[in-house]
Ligand binder design. Sequence first.
Ligand code: C2E
Ligand code: MG
Ligand code: MG
Ligand code: MG
Length: 287
Amino acid sequence: EAKRSGRNAARLFDESLDEGIRLRRQIESNLSQAIARDELSMLFQPIVATDTFEVVGFEALLRWHAVAGGPISPAAFIPIAEESNLIHELGDWVLARSLAVLKDWPGQYVSVNFSPRQFRRHNFVGYVMEQVQRANVAPSRLQIEITETAIFDDAERAADTMYRLRQMGFRIALDDFGTGYSSLYNIRKFALDSLKIDRSFIDGMMRERESVAIVHSIIHLGQALGLGVIAEGVETDGQVAMLRAAGASHLQGYLFAVPITAEHAAALAKSGITGVYAAVPSTVAES
Ligand code: C2E
Ligand code: MG
Ligand code: MG
Ligand code: MG
């Protein structure tokens, strides 16, 4: 009996492995055609100031709706693109689209996610500078989101890249902060504007003292280093109250708005305030 269920478990495991590999191949082969087939789009999620709920910027989030097969999460396909050269083509497309919307916003920045390989590409600084010039926008209107993994492998080179980006006026945010392997000691070497507290800690805040403690530590660290602290994944008024009391400078999450189309983002950027406090209803569903 034990043997048989063991065999069944092994078969199940094989099948899910097969399924994983199948999905992966499918993503690889289709993603390379996704741009040409017009299957990609960008959505924009507001980032608000904690004290006024004023919209200061929007995070650009990539969406892939495959004609055959439906929506695929960026959490699933970005890592696959990252392992091939597709990430560069995809990243070029994302950046161009994200910069193009800025002309419709009075002053907000767009916060674009860059994968480690994009950030480490040869002459990354020259590349983004060329793109903002082409789009005819000031570097200060682009926030570059990178993760700890992008910078800690080759910390010296990353620090140099970030220093030069900051010199030119770009904003830099460290995304998913708290989930990577950054040494706190090293953080001070990097020219950053903001830390983004990972959603998992915000999510845990109402349930566990540990999450509350971590959120407080990140906020204190940010304040001590003169950085903004953006809390991501804010979904409840209770979280807002806690984050406000703790001193997080900015908030982002479904409570204010889900990621919305460029058209909705432009309307919101002009009206300036969001949320339950809403100009654009946060019920504008993800497409
Ligand atoms: P991220 O950069 O940490 O983005 C935040 C994620 O949290 C987004 O998921 C967003 O939709 C989601 N989110 C925001 N507020 C809430 C909330 O209140 N509750 C919940 N449950 N989720 C919330 P999304 O759009 O699925 O993106 C997942 C990840 O994929 C991103 O995490 C980012 O790492 C990556 N990604 C997305 N777009 C791009 C892109 O254009 N380029 C690159 N390189 N990576 C991207
Ligand atoms: Mg991000
Ligand atoms: Mg994040
Ligand atoms: Mg995250």
